[in-house]
Design a protein around this ligand. Structure first.
Ligand SMILES: [Zn+2]
Length: 591
C-alpha cells in the first residue's frame, strides 16, 4: 500500500474526531438525534478547518444504515461508500470548477429522482461562493422548495460573497480557526500513532505555522516526517529530527530568533538588529514574515504586561510565555504601545517594498531614533512636586533599555545551533549631553566656605557671583556680564554689562548679594552697581534687553523644572509688560 498523506489517513470519521469545532459538531449531533436536520446547511470558515469533513460525517450520519444517528457506524455499506467517495447518493460538487448555470440546472433535474440506496440524496457543494449569479439563481429555486429526500450541504471560505437570498435559506455553521493548543494535541496524537518522535517545540512551531488550519498543519507534518525518513541512520535506531531542522524545513525563524530581534528593538541595539536581519535574509527567510512575527511578539508582550500573567490570549507554550513575561517586565506598557503603533503603521511600507531588507532596516533604525514617551503619571507627579515646591524626580534613562541583569533572549526549548543569540547590550549608547542652558561656567565646589576666604577681591567677587547665580538663577546672566571694578572701603564697585537694566536687576537683589558678599569677604559690604560702557548711549538696545529677558526666563527655576519634566525646549519668550524692569512674562515651550 502506498503512502497515504496524514490528512487522508486520519480524516475524522465521526463528529468526535473533528478537531476544535465542538460548537458545530455538538449542534449537528443534537439536531440529528432530535430528527430536526435542516435541508440546507452552510458551513463557513477558513480553509482546512473541517467544513467538507464535517459535511461528509453529516452525510454518513443521515444515511447510515443504523441511522439517522449522531454516531455513524462507519461499517455499513453507506458509511463505507461515503468514506471511499463512491456513494451513489452523495454528490460532491466543486463550486470552483462547476460554477456555470448548466451544472446547477443538471443538479436541479437530478434532485427530482429518489435516492438510489440511502435515505437522502445529498449534495455537498464546496467553494459555493464561486458559483455564477445565474447558477445561484438556479440553485435558489431548488433551495426554496427542496424535496424531502434531498439535503444540501454548502461550504465556503467567503460567506460574504453569497447572495443574501441563499444565506437566508441555509442554516449557517461557522467553523473557527483551530487553536494552536488543539493542533498541538492533535499532532501529538498522530505522531504517537505513527510512531514518530518530534521535539515538543517543533510540534509547536508546526502548529503555529498552520495558523488554525488542520489540513495545512498536517501537510507540514507530512513534510517533516518525510524528511525524518531521509534522516534515518544505519541500524534500527528511530529517525530523529531537531527543532532547528524543523524550523529550517518550515522556513521560519524560531521564537528565540524573534525574541532576540525584539530585544534588539527594545534596547535600541542597532548592530544586533541589523545583524539579525542579515542572518534572516541570508538564511532565505521571508522578511515580511519575520516582521509580522516581531509585531506578534511585541503584541504578546503587551498582552502579558496588560493582563499580568500567562493565559490563553497568547499563542505560546507556558514556558515560552514565562520567557515573554520576563522580557515584558523590562519595558513599560506605553513604550510597547508606541513601538507597536509605529511598526503597524510601517507594515504597509514593508509590504510594498521592492527591497524588503532595506525597508526593514530603515524601519527599525527609524524606530531607534524615537525616544520613549514619558508616562503620563511621571508628568503629573513632576507637576505636583513642582507646585508643592518638592524636588522634581529625575527623568528615566533615555533608551528602552532591557535591564542588563535580565537575560531577555534565552533559548526557550533547545539550544539553537543555527541561531546564535546575542546577549542584550549592557547599556544603550548614551546621547551626547545637551549643552547647559546657562552661560555660567559650571559651579565648582568652593575651596572653602569659611568667612573671609583668601584671594583677591576680584576672585572673591566671582565666588559671590557664582553663589548668587545658584541661589537666584535669573540673576546669573547679569552677574556673568558684571565686572568687578574695585573695592573702596566696604563698597564694591561693579560694572554691569547689561547697562542700566543690568544694574537695576542687581539693585533689586541687593540684600541677597550683599549678604553673600559679607560672608565671603568676612565683613559687611555694600555693592555699587553701575551701567557699563554699553550704557553710554542710553541703555541697552531692545535686542539686548530681549536677550537678557529671555535668559532670565530660561534660568528661572520654575521654567527649568518645567523643561525638565516635559523634556521640552523654549520656543518663544513673551514679556508680559515690555518694559526694562518687567520681571514677568510668558514662555512657550515645546516638548
Ligand atoms: Zn453506517
Amino acid at each position: 500500500m502506498g503512502y497515504l498523506v496524514l490528512a487522508r489517513k486520519y480524516r475524522p470519521q465521526t463528529f468526535e474526531d473533528v478537531v476544535g469545532q465542538a460548537h458545530v459538531t455538538r449542534t449537528l449531533a443534537n439536531a440529528i438525534r432530535a430528527g430536526r436536520l435542516a435541508h440546507a446547511i452552510l458551513f463557513c470558515g477558513p480553509r482546512g478547518t473541517g467544513k467538507t469533513t464535517t459535511a461528509r460525517i453529516l452525510a454518513k450520519a443521515a444515511n447510515c444504515a443504523a441511522g439517522p444517528t449522531d454516531i455513524p457506524c462507519n461499517a455499513c455499506g453507506s458509511c463505507c461508500d461515503i468514506t471511499a467517495g463512491t456513494a451513489a447518493d452523495v454528490h460532491e460538487i466543486d463550486g470552483a470548477s462547476n460554477n456555470g448555470v448548466d451544472h446547477i440546472r443538471d443538479l436541479r433535474d437530478h434532485v427530482r429522482y429518489m435516492p438510489v440506496a440511502g435515505r437522502y440524496k445529498i449534495y455537498i457543494i464546496d467553494e459555493v461562493h464561486m458559483l455564477s449569479t445565474a447558477a445561484f439563481n438556479a440553485l435558489l429555486k431548488t433551495l426554496e422548495e427542496p424535496p424531502a429526500h434531498v439535503l444540501f450541504f454548502l461550504a465556503t471560505t467567503e460567506p460574504r460573497k453569497l447572495p443574501v437570498t441563499i444565506l437566508s435559506r441555509c442554516q449557517r455553521h461557522d467553523l473557527r480557526r483551530v487553536s494552536t493548543r488543539d493542533l498541538v494535541h492533535h499532532f501529538q496524537r498522530l505522531c504517537a500513532a505513527e510512531g514518530v518522535c518530534l521535539p515538543a517545540a517543533g510540534i509547536h512551531a508546526i502548529a503555529r505555522e498552520a495558523a488554525g488550519s488542520v489540513r495545512d498543519g498536517l501537510s507540514l507534518l507530512d513534510q517533516v516526517i518525510g524528511a525524518m525518513a531521509g534522516n534515518a541512520g544505519p541500524g534500527s535506531s528511530p529517525p530523529e529530527i531537531t527543532h532547528q531542522e524543523i524550523l529550517d524545513l518550515l522556513g521560519v525563524a524560531g521564537r528565540e530568533a524573534v525574541a532576540a530581534l525584539a530585544t534588539a528593538v527594545l534596547t535600541s541595539d542597532a548592530p544586533a538588529a541589523l545583524s539579525l536581519i542579515d542572518r534572516f535574509y541570508t538564511g532565505g527567510m521571508d522578511l515580511k514574515t519575520i516582521y509580522s512575527d516581531l509585531v506578534t511578539h511585541l503584541r504578546n508582550l503587551l498582552v502579558l504586561a496588560s493582563t499580568g500573567g500567562p493565559g490563553q490570549l497568547v499563542d505560546a507554550s507556558p514556558e515560552e510565555q514565562e520567557e515573554m513575561m520576563r522580557q515584558a517586565g523590562t519595558v513599560s506598557i506605553s513604550d510597547l504601545m508606541q513601538l507597536l503603533d509605529i511598526l503597524l503603521k510601517e507594515e504597509q511600507t514593508l509590504g510594498t517594498a521592492s527591497r524588503p531588507r532595506i525597508a526593514m532596516e530603515l524601519i527599525l533604525l527609524r524606530l531607534f531614533q524615537i525616544r520613549p514617551t514619558l508616562p503620563m503619571e511621571d508628568l503629573i507627579r513632576g507637576m505636583e512636586n513642582l507646585a508643592a515646591g518638592l524636588p522634581v524626580p529625575p527623568r528615566r534613562p533615555e533608551s528602552r533599555r532591557v535591564h542588563p541583569e535580565t537575560p531577555a533572549a534565552l533559548p526557550l526549548a533547545s539550544p539553537d545551533p543555527g541561531m546564535e543569540i546575542r546577549e542584550p547590550k549592557a547599556a544603550a549608547p548614551a546621547p551626547p549631553p545637551s549643552p547647559p542652558v546657562s552661560p555660567m561656567p559650571a559651579p565648582k565646589p568652593a575651596a572653602s566656605s569659611a568667612a573671609g576666604a583668601g584671594g583677591t577681591p576680584d576672585v572673591i567677587w566671582r565666588a559671590v557671583a557664582q553663589e548668587i547665580s545658584r541661589e537666584i538663577p535669573p540673576l546669573a546672566p547679569f552677574l556673568t556680564a558684571t565686572r568687578f571694578v574695585g573695592r573702596e572701603g566696604n563698597a564694591l564697585h561693579l560694572e554691569c554689562g547689561n547697562g542700566v537694566f543690568g544694574a537695576k536687576r542687581l539693585e533689586k537683589h541687593r540684600a541677597a548679594i550683599e549678604a553673600a558678599a559679607a560672608r565671603r569677604f568676612g565683613e559687611a559690604v555694600v555693592i555699587r552697581p553701575a551701567p557699563g560702557p554699553e550704557a553710554a548711549h542710553g541703555g541697552p538696545s531692545p535686542g539686548q534687553r530681549k536677550a537678557a529677558l529671555r535668559q532670565e526666563a530660561v534660568n528661572h527655576p520654575v521654567v527649568q523644572a518645567a523643561m525638565e519634566i516635559f523634556q521640552g525646549r523654549i520656543l518663544r519668550v513673551d514679556p508680559l509688560d515690555p518694559g526694562p524692569a518687567s520681571p514677568g512674562g510668558t514662555i512657550k515651550t515645546q516638548s
